[in-house]
Ligand binder design. Sequence first.
Ligand code: SF4
Ligand code: SF4
Length: 343
Amino acid sequence: MKALKLDRNAIGQWLSAMAGERDIYVPAPDGPAKGTWTLLTDYSMPEIKPGVPARPVKNFLFPQPETLLKFSTVPTDPNCCLPSEPEENGRKNVVFGVRPCDARSIGLNALACKADTYYQANMEKNAIIGLTCSQVCSTCFCSETGGSPMGTEGCDVSLTEIDGSYIARAMTERGEALLALAESSGKEVTDSDISAVEALEEKARAGSDEIRNPEEQLRAKDLMELYNAPFWQELADRCINCGACTFLCPTCYCFDIQDETLHGKGRRIRCQDSCMFPLFTLHASGHNPRGQKIQRVRNRFMHKMKYFPDRFGPISCVGCGRCVRDCPVNIDIREVMRSLLHI
Ligand code: SF4
Ligand code: SF4
């Protein structure tokens, strides 16, 4: 696959060339939009801080909200009850500066969303340009969950900063086509550039934490034996069911579907939801299989470390650390993993 060396000027020219075809979103700089993704309007290399932005990349894959279809509520309208096609999604995007953990989450969610045509269309719509991590934050633990600060999974193009320039490696055919737009401004990579990237990859492997291959370690234990372990109640006592961990988590994909109507027109939308809310599982009969907080807290962690891997293979956590960083009562999934492994 194609690789180029791009200095900051060359990145600016590349962004400008890509903007002819796609909208480009980058992590917002400090200010009112901090933590979100913002449309790039000046085509220079954005300042991207270490770590992940508050909002995960899933917001491009599960737009908040997403119109599934439109309809009319006017009785005389011959099409009143017939849903019309969803609106054309418009221009495609480049999501630029995506950290390896976030990029990896796209493929994990796709395992569960194989039949979700909206998710698949959004994968098609959003090209991912990743940026590997030269600095690992205190809440990051991607290496413990099967990823790496140098990971490229889920990226169309992966950028690695070396001495103020970027080694851009195409990872997919779509990435190859995008990187071709930088051909005139970039330079060929040299053997020493490749060696520098490989050295960083080796360093990332060596820096992996004590919990390696957690899928294997977690699978080696029968987690169902811990279904009634006392620590679930301790976690539930602390949790306030705010749902922040699930909305911020790149690998949580619960959603709700609602119809909205106004002035004879209607639309069916889906929006992100949270399994931490009691209403999420409330049946029309009034029965609620997860009416108690301990059931919801246990389900969140068991889904990530037992149910999802049982069905799809990998654990459903990429170690981005958002839930660790933003839980108001300091519930830390790393401690839960250790509890599950060491009880
Ligand atoms: S569970 Fe927490 S650390 Fe893991 S991917 Fe979700 S937000 Fe990130
Ligand atoms: S962020 Fe913390 S308090 Fe809020 S629902 Fe998640 S675990 Fe509970």
